[in-house]
Design a binder for this molecule. Structure first.
Ligand SMILES: [Zn+2]
Length: 422
């Protein structure tokens, strides 16, 4: 058993702040068994190993519900919108992931960088390479980040080196599922058609078939990010009423479906998202960087559609979820709305856990939950430290972190009860 002492801040699943300025968390193996005032918790577990992080904040680890493993090194590439971004930067870079040593190097660097930013769970698009996807799974297992991974399915409008034909996609995907899905405890597989334009009908049918065979898998794709993309889908699939209807036609919607972006969405499609209980992933820094549009946050609330949160690197510009949350706040400000500190914090913790079906496991520091947490030392970050010299409420503290915090302030990170190295 371990007892970790410090200032505990979390949101409960019943939407209340948990705040113990002089607090402690006790865990046994991977699971939290107690949380409360330091003096009381310490007195209850006299045999436990004590870890004293006085002066630090203890918060739930972040969940990044959408990012691209092979785009890590093209972050910050200049000047394009979505389709130009894919052709000019993304596809050439993803071809290089057919080389195993490149995939190895990037997997290690990306995972370490995520951990150092307090992210404890990631939902990844790999490249279309079977071997690169294996490399990512193996590095997640070694380095300790919790992960959902999918090999990207794509078989048209992309370079030949990235194309995997439907029958090969079927075989390789089944192989990856049998090798990695639920095998390492913290790792699962997600079906990952890139987006409708790069998938032939035959490939969408293969995805439909895999989904029927493996109904417990998550499925992730992109949807309604950019206006040129939406027009292209309408040209490619004139028989379907809308972009979303293409996915619906192949039974790809549902409560295990994660749709990244969802910026330009008509009422009819909001109804379809609601009816199918499909989930949305908001990726603010990417939306700003590519000039894709401003996420219509309240519309999803109106239709009771669950929204989670993602960095979407490489088009996203920050691995720090704090920085991504600040962009989410700023986007709504530009639309004349203010997300509260609680709504923002919840997006990258409980709301994201919920869209992955993991809300009883991760996203909050509560008894019975997995021990996925980040420890922040304001003293390591000059501006944050100066800001924290005054009396702040828990909401003011959280919003200061959203506005100012980054990886400089991370002291350490725990995943499934173990301190991870990065
Ligand atoms: Zn993406």
């Amino acid at each position: 058993m371990k007892v970790l002492m410090g200032e505990v801040i979390s949101l409960n699943r019943d939407d209340h702040w948990v705040h113990f300025p002089d607090g402690a968390i006790c865990w046994d193996n991977e699971v939290i068994v107690d949380i409360g005032l330091r003096s009381e918790v310490v007195a209850r577990y006299t045999d436990a190993t004590i870890i004293d992080k006085s002066g630090c904040l203890i918060l739930p680890g972040f969940i990044d519900c959408h990012l691209h493993f092979p785009q890590y090194e093209i972050m910050g590439s200049y000047g394009e919108e979505l389709l130009g971004w894919l052709n000019k930067y993304t596809f050439p870079e993803e071809i290089s992931f057919n080389q195993q040593d490149k995939a190895e190097k990037v997997a290690r660097n990306l995972i370490n960088n995520m951990l150092s930013n307090g992210t404890t769970c990631g939902v990844f698009f790999s490249s279309s390479s079977y071997k690169a996807t294996q490399v990512l799974f193996k590095n997640l297992a070694t380095l300790g980040l919790r992960g959902v991974v999918g090999k990207v399915a794509m078989d048209r409008f992309s370079p030949e080196e990235l194309i995997v034909l439907p029958e090969d996609e079927y075989t390789q995907t089944k192989q990856l599922i049998s090798e990695f899905h639920n095998k390492e405890g913290r790792l699962t597989y997600a079906l990952t058609p890139r987006f409708a334009p790069t998938c032939t009908e035959a490939l969408l049918e293969v995805t439909q078939k895999l989904r029927a065979e493996f109904p417990d898998l998550l499925l992730q794709t992109h949807y309604a990010e950019n206006k040129a993309e939406i027009e292209w889908v309408q040209e490619l699939f004139p028989q379907h009423k809308s972009y979303l209807e293409v996915y619906n036609h192949y039974d790809l919607l549902g409560d295990k479906t994660l749709l990244a972006h969802c910026i330009h969405v008509e009422d009819e499609d909001l109804k379809l998202l609601q009816k199918t209980k499909s989930k949305v992933v908001h990726c603010p820094t990417s939306n700003l960087f590519l000039g894709s549009g401003l996420f219509p946050y309240e519309r999803f609330d109106e239709y009771s559609i669950d929204v989670g949160f993602g960095s979407d690197i490489g088009a996203g510009t920050k691995l720090s979820i704090w920085s991504n949350l600040l962009s989410a706040y700023e986007i709504q400000k530009m639309r004349g709305k203010s997300l509260s500190p609680k709504e923002l914090f919840k997006l990258a913790t409980l709301d994201s856990a919920k869209i992955l079906g993991m809300q009883n496991k991760i996203g909050a520091l509560e008894e019975g939950m997995q021990v996925d947490l980040q420890i922040i030392d304001p003293k390591k970050h000059k501006l944050l430290n100066d800001r924290f010299t005054r009396e702040l409420s828990v909401e003011e503290k959280v919003f200061s972190l959203i506005s100012l915090c980054d990886d400089r302030a991370t002291d350490s990170v725990v995943v499934a009860g173990e301190f991870v190295c990065y």
